[in-house]
Design a protein around this ligand. Sequence first.
Ligand code: KG4
Ligand code: ZN
Length: 340
Amino acid sequence: MKNGGSCLILGIESSCDETAASVVRDGREMLSNVIASQVDLHARYGGVVPEVASRKHVEKIQPVIAEALGEAGVGLDDLSAVAVTCGPGLLGSLLVGVSAAKALAMARRLPLLGVHHLEGHIYSNFLVEPGIRFPALCLIVSGGHSDLMVMEGHGLYRILGRTRDDAAGEAFDKAARAMGLGYPGGPAVDRAAAGGDPQAVPLPRALMDGGFDFSFSGLKTAVLRALAQPQPPSVPDLAASFQKAVVDVLTEKTERAARRTEIEHLLLCGGVAANRSLRAALAERAASLGIPLTVPPIALCTDNAAMIACAGYYRFVAGERHTLNLDTRANLPFPALEAV
Ligand code: KG4
Ligand code: ZN
């Protein structure tokens, strides 16, 4: 390995509306973590516009990579490898990051690693706590996914449950839009809920009887119905009740899974892991289960490239490499051992 025996990975992430690059040493130490967010650009449309996103990525990718290297104080020749999100996500956005990574890999003869975006989210936990013990139970809640999985070792996953319709973050975004809270919805609901009564509006908790799959589309419909009443609830009350319903389902299913499987550690990740109520509720469940819980700081819950560099590091030290033919896939399946 170069650089005095340490392993420096450049991570690149461009799957949605964040152009991000980061240098991570030995899968642990973030030497830089640069994120150019496009939130303001998309806010006026009420959501991410794919064409606008990819054009912005093209504009930002090089300066963001240069800034990440500069902040880290390393040159391209110091790098051990380049890791990049190769899916899932918006195809046009993914292609920008993957093309940049391939260009660097080719020009500097650097090893290339394609990382699954969700695996990146999981590894945001390893940036915080490299001593996570296996098997670990992981709740991944993002804009596109709500998954419960058991991580049996590095790169070894068993999926217990996933969303059947809307993902948790998608539910937050749709509910926020219905309540007129704007985009991005999750943080807006989080803020509005702080001033409301979570018991004020009765809302459904779906699929509580069986399995570990999630369903949030009925909840969104219930929010719309509540708003259509002659005397609708206040936005803070509805936001708090909605948030409580999501958090109840996520934490209850996670606790059940933890009780059913022999696990040593609990992990929370993905954009929705930034939700204060979810963080607090899961911490309570973990304490009552007597299982250690790791939750990344809020800045590492939403999309970033440090988590991609970290996931890439573990695959790199395991000897994995991709060729310049690395595929970019909008619907890249998760590299799980088996689906239950
Ligand atoms: O992981 P992420 O940044 O992107 C995807 O991979 O999808 O997650 C974005 C999602 C959005 O749906 C956003 O509304 C949600 O995470 N989110 C939150 C909060 N912050 C972001 N949801 C609830 N509470 C928050 N504080
Ligand atoms: Zn994400």
